[in-house]
Ligand binder design. Sequence first.
Ligand code: AMP
Ligand code: GLY
Length: 429
Amino acid sequence: MKILIIGSGGREHALAWKIAQSSKTTQVYVAPGNGGTSNANNIKNIQIENIDELAKFAEENNIKMTIVGPEVPLAEGIVDKFMSKDLRIFGPTKSAARLESSKKFAKDFMSRHSIPTAKYATFTNIEEAISYLETEGAPIVIKADGLASGKGVVVAETLEEAKEAVIDMISKKNVNKLIIEEYLTGEEASFIVMSDGINIMPLATSQDHKRLKDGDQGPNTGGMGAYSPANIVTPDLHNRIMKEIIVPTIQGMAKDGIPYTGFLYAGVMISPGENPERPIKTLEFNCRMGDPETQPIMMRMKSDFVDVLEHALNGSLDKAEIIWDRRVALGVVLASYNYPESPRKNDIINGIPNDKEDCITFHAATKISSGKYKTDGGRVLCVTTLGDSVRIARETAYKVISNITFDGMQYRSDIGWRSLKSNSSNKSG
Ligand code: AMP
Ligand code: GLY
């Protein structure tokens, strides 16, 4: 069957790579794709981004299944459009995608359905927001209501910073609505599931590295690296996340008349400590898979993903099974000069290795021009490896990276540090 993937990042390259391996797949199209998806067996890029034209392409080319990578087309209603033409597509409708596209919708939904999350209040007015900040104090978190490509959240350490963020969002960035939220401490994990509206299939757990620099310093980014599994998510915490967050979300959406179909990504904050009852809270929902979390997750998936997606589209996810590689997968993002501020394009990339069973270089913002790979945006490549431990997967990744060059290349040298730290504290304790 022919399968269409929407998007152009590392996540979409990983999805295309995995889907192309299925015996059921004859051709994968990626719209618009990147340098990596333009140059692989049975994967082809198509230069279409408009939703009506994508639906037309799917209709005319007998596409049997469409998978949506990023949030923007979901928030714009790509699923509603395809469904109106009886085209099979896996993702939430525009209305269900509000779990990501409106922080206020998500917070009100969680509060209505008793899903644990940080205490919050919503504001449209600077004076009221500031007076709330003065009663709450710092640290505190300010979030713009709508989609902001990861730039709509300010974790303010001081009251001054918090006030500045409120003024900046409302008066300079034209944010009409913002959320002010209690600051949570603990360790974050990415918990991603698939749902057919009723049944839920959890994917392997993972952990992202959001800050640009080592030691979780520097500005927030889309994610500088990820690994799977996240060993903070013990079997007990896995059960609790399902029971306290995921199941009530899928059931709550169905109850509210907005059944949720698609990938659902809960960013979960796990409170510090060892107490089995310690709070777990939902930081955010994304209505899609994570980037770069998808890259290690796809590396670990041993089952035929197209089978699983077919179950999801047929409403029979309860019959699906996913077998995971027991090894750890770890992905390190190589980003361009000046990412995330204003990434430079057109730097020539050298040294991309051939793929191996335990090391795949997923492309993100790359293109091929004059026969060479060049940078084409912020996150450029994600070198993703498999290994018997985080340490081994990481050694392989950094060895490969030492041969890749482009001007201004930035990457973190500590991907997986939390896992290594918890392993060493386990050993010493
Ligand atoms: P979000 O887009 O809502 O996930 O926020 C982006 C990042 O900001 C999260 O991954 C956290 O690192 C941080 N963050 C968001 N909300 C909070 C919170 N309530 N307390 C502490 N950190 C937060
Ligand atoms: N890596 C975080 C995200 O995909 O939102």
